[in-house]
Design a protein around this ligand. Structure first.
Ligand code: ADP
Ligand code: ZN
Length: 599
């Protein structure tokens, strides 16, 4: 294609967009001038344009390193729709496709090549590339280089070599992972010492956060999904079993759900993933964290965590998969004492050296802080990423239904005392029995009915005590005994509470909200019938070309067409998302749909 125009012009002619967003313009100018860059933007922030535009505008081939085959495939499909000659080189393509790519590379006709890191670093391939002109090298999902992170890929470590192999070629590292440690690790591991850092705000204002104690998870999930009928989203579970059970339960309730986890055979996994990517009407993908990285489906309307994620970063990245198109999206996290103890145990039992474990614990505790805050969730989250949101957001559960706090100083002392007097060898269930004065066999066997704390806790019911222990654990006042998993022990921070020197104020657990249905992304505005007709036409085209519908047009573009009702190709060209190539391919068809629905 006729590339090498200025980025501004390509933005309009190829991508059909009016202007840059946020830091895009600054990043692109920097890379156009030959500089290296580290780009941190939240999911949906618009990272792709940051490398696609300079790749097309600078002479030579743009190389994009990407860890995931599904991601490459969709990016390439989207670029081809725009008339860009893009290709993906990975283990999933046929011998024939591979041959074609090599041929195109030799002929210099490729604009952008997506490549898996291990392929790129094959000596033969590198040798061939070094003889070509390269416009830039973009390393997507660059946090995969971090050994302390949740997506570590050892192939990424090899990418440091690119600096020596391609001197003078601008290199970019892009990620949606926000924390300072990962950022610095990306810099030194990828040899990006002189790279300029572009740090966007990590706020995702269109995402509504809900966090609730896990009471009856399936019921809570069903209540949540009821407010999202006809929409697609992801439900994360910790274990493969939980994935299978949850998916089956949803189907038995008449909600279309598919499982996804590492144990499924590759064929089923790919089929379920493709079904989700293509889904336009309600489909729930129930998955372990094996699913999601690089999923760029723009219209994921909700993300649910049935179990506590391992860190605040993991939580934020997973929830960030909702609402990339900027339309309203909602998330819900359920967590309980069990989760919390299990996560700590996983870190403790892990192979990592002690200092790494300390960092992991810190990241987990940051998430617990967000879970237990009585203030705005978004303020708490962004605060952990070093960003200040000046006012409560108005779009999270605590902003919408303010959390009550209560003075738990006396009950907290009773709880700690019950732990100490029973020798710090028992779990929550037994401790609550002691506090409530329940005469179980176990109580009798250990003689715990003789303790002064036996039955002193009548002011709270079982749920109340469970909530109190959970919150004490979340604050690190108590933790599980690493030798005797399940038993609670007091930490140093418990002493002043026990001695009555420190007050404890806790959040009162609120009943899960019975939410009104969130506004459907687009139906509310404009001509619904026309929007649906356009969707049908898009579905037909997508099916014909065997690509997900959003590769043809995003919902945002269809809704803009439905609103503007352009009468000519020239007017249609003004709609955001309508680049030259799409206008050529689909312009007439769309005008025909508009004419048919003009009545
Ligand atoms: P990221 O890779 O950062 O998660 P993407 O590059 O996939 O984000 O972009 C997210 C969405 O925002 C896409 O639907 C994309 O088309 C849209 N987008 C990106 N930049 C712009 C822009 N300048 N104007 C309008 N839409 C944009
Ligand atoms: Zn808020």
């Amino acid at each position: 294609m006729d590339v090498l125009a200025a980025p501004q012009d390509l933005l309009r002619s190829v991508f059909g967009l009016r202007g840059f967003r946020g830091q895009q313009e600054a990043v692109i100018a920097h890379v156009m001038a030959g500089g290296d860059a580290i780009v941190l933007m939240p999911t949906g922030g618009g990272k792709s344009l940051c490398y696609q535009l300079p790749a097309l505008s600078r002479p030579g081939l743009g190389v994009v390193v990407s860890p995931l085959i599904a991601l490459m495939r969709n990016q390439v499909a989207s670029l081809r729709q725009l008339g860009v000659n893009a290709a993906a080189l990975n283990s999933a393509i046929s011998q024939e496709e591979r041959g074609q790519i090599w041929q195109d590379l030799r002929a210099g006709t490729l604009d952008i090549l997506y490549v898996a890191p291990e392929r790129l670093m094959m000596p033969e391939f590198l040798d061939m590339l070094t003889r070509r002109e390269i416009s830039l090298i973009a390393i997507d999902e660059a946090h995969c280089v971090s050994q302390w992170g949740h997506d570590f890929r050892k192939e990424y470590l090899m990418l440091a070599e690119l600096r020596e192999r391609f001197p003078g070629v601008p290199r970019m590292a892009l990620t949606a992972t926000a924390d300072v440690q990962t950022r610095e690790e990306i810099r030194w591991r990828l040899g990006l010492d002189g790279a300029e850092l572009f740090l966007a705000s990590f706020d995702r204002p269109n995402i509504r956060y809900n966090i609730a104690p896990k009471a009856s998870p399936m019921r809570q999930l069903l209540a949540f999904l009821k407010t999202h009928e006809g929409e697609s989203g992801i439900v994360y579970c910790l274990s493969r079993n939980a994935v299978e059970e949850t998916a089956a339960a949803l189907n038995s309730h008449g909600i279309r759900a598919l499982p996804y986890h590492a144990r499924l055979d590759a064929g089923t996994r790919a089929r379920n993933q493709d079904a989700f990517l293509a889904a336009e009407d309600g489909l729930v993908l129930v998955a372990t964290i094996a699913f999601g990285m690089g999923i760029d489906k723009p219209d994921v309307r909700f993300v649910v965590h049935m179990d506590l994620p391992g860190s605040l970063e993991a939580f934020y990245q997973e929830t960030g998969r909702a609402g990339r198109d900027g339309a309203p999206a909602e998330t819900m996290l359920l967590y309980g004492m069990q989760d919390l103890m299990l996560r700590k145990k996983m870190i403790h039992d892990g192979e990592a050296p002690d200092e790494v474990k300390r960092v992991e614990l810190g990241k987990m505790e940051a998430l617990l802080g967000v879970c237990e805050t009585a203030g705005c969730r978004r303020q708490a989250i962004l605060g952990c990423f070093g960003e200040t949101l000046p006012a409560p957001c108005g779009n999270c559960d605590t902003c919408l239904t303010p959390a009550e706090t209560w003075d738990a100083t006396v009950p907290a002392r009773k709880a700690l005392s019950a732990m100490l007097r029973t020798g710090q060898r028992f779990g929550v269930g037994h401790l609550v029995d002691v506090l409530l004065g329940v005469e179980t066999d176990k109580i009798a066997r250990f003689g715990h009915d003789k303790l002064p704390t036996f039955g002193v806790g009548k002011e709270l019911d079982r749920k109340g005590w469970q909530s109190l222990f959970r919150q004490l654990a979340a604050r690190g006042v108590v933790e599980t005994d690493h030798e005797n998993y399940g038993a609670l022990v007091m930490t140093q921070t418990g002493r002043p509470i026990l001695r009555g020197e420190e007050e404890v104020h806790l959040r009162r657990d609120v009943k899960p909200r019975t939410a009104k249905r969130a506004d459907r992304a687009f139906a509310a505005s404009g001509d619904t019938a026309l929007f649906e007709a356009l969707r049908q036409e898009r579905a037909r085209i997508a099916k014909e070309q065997r690509v997900p519908a959003y590769v043809i047009f995003h919902d945002t573009t269809l809704s803009a067409i439905a609103e503007a009702k352009p009468a000519s190709l020239t007017a249609l060209a003004e709609v955001p998302g309508m680049g030259r190539s799409k206008l050529d391919r689909y312009g007439e068809t769309i005008l025909a749909v508009l004419a048919q629905n003009a009545a």
